[in-house]
Design a protein around this ligand. Structure first.
Ligand SMILES: C[S@@+](CC[C@H](N)C(=O)[O-])C[C@H]1O[C@@H](n2cnc3c(N)ncnc32)[C@H](O)[C@@H]1O
Length: 264
């Protein structure tokens, strides 16, 4: 598979029809969630009745493009994710996990007679059981415990130097607040680079081209550059396309800078 780097202005459903079947090892889709966001050309309040039918259409196009060892990640919201998940089963995709993206900052308030929302579901499906995955490891919870010899079933247990296997609750902060003012741009639902990089790094191979049907401000495309992958993104709103292209150009420059400072 050759690597491409482009963010295309236009409808992803039309755009995906022009791409070759089975040509992507990873698709990261962050579509409109069917809430009340205004993306300029796509206003969620005006699309409520067609959202389910439209979701099936773009999922069908994405499914055609996924390689036999490919993974697809779809972001969504707890209200409506059930529909998306059923459609993915019906398309014959293989369920891997519903990941919980947990965030403790920037939670959405639903009023005093409800619960605050501190997570978003993230669906991981693959095309077959032979999917690309390089294990995610994270620090052991109790560093103190590791200082002593641990025996399990009579055998001495050695901790993995790279940490424990990650679970399916992923904690990454949203881009709310001053802490993220350098990363945050003018897009209503920008995803953090931290979570985007995890997906791209562990569920595709270096040099692959990642398909991003809903590029928005370009977070997944920027993450692809940072993880040495290519990307093909689609976005309806020309202002977001410009934003995404600018962010990608800055990321490319940083990547080139890193190369220059590598020891000989
Ligand atoms: C949830 S946002 C994606 C945000 C992105 N992950 C980021 O971090 O910036 C969804 C985006 O899809 C775009 N969009 C909506 N319908 C589309 C379509 N049919 N084709 C391409 N883009 C579309 C919207 O304009 C919006 O920017």
């Amino acid at each position: 598979m050759s690597t491409r780097e482009e963010i295309i202005l236009g409808d992803c459903i039309e755009g995906m029809s022009r791409l070759d079947a089975g040509s992507f090892n990873l698709i990261v889709a962050d579509p409109p969630y069917n809430l009340n966001k205004d993306f300029g050309l796509w206003k969620e309040t005006e699309r409520k009745t067609e959202w389910r039918e439209w979701t099936l259409k773009w999922l069908q196009k994405a499914n055609r493009l996924l390689s036999d060892e490919g993974n697809i990640f779809v972001y969504g919201i707890h209200h409506h994710m059930c529909w998306v998940q059923c459609m993915m089963y019906e398309l014959g995709l293989v369920y891997r996990r519903q990941i919980i993206w947990n965030y403790e900052n920037g939670f959405a308030g639903y009023g005093k007679r409800s619960l605050n929302a501190t997570y978003e579901p993230l669906l991981w499906f693959s095309k077959t059981d032979q999917y690309i995955y390089s294990p995610i490891r994270e620090p052991y919870k109790s560093q103190e415990r590791l200082k002593h010899k641990i025996t399990k079933n009579g055998k001495v247990w050695e901790p993995n130097p790279e940490g424990r296997m990650a679970g399916d609750i992923w904690s990454f902060p949203t881009l709310a607040g001053r802490r993220f003012r350098d990363e945050k741009v003018k897009h209503p639902t920008q995803k953090p680079l931290s979570i985007s990089r995890r997906i791209i790094k562990h569920f595709s191979n270096p040099g692959d081209t990642v398909l991003v049907p809903f590029a928005g401000s370009g977070s997944e495309c920027v993450a692809a550059v940072m993880e040495k992958r290519g990307f093909v993104g689609f976005e309806l709103n020309p202002d977001y396309v410009q934003l995404a292209r600018d962010r990608v150009a800055a990321a490319r420059q940083d990547a080139a800078g890193d190369l220059l400072t590598l020891p000989a």
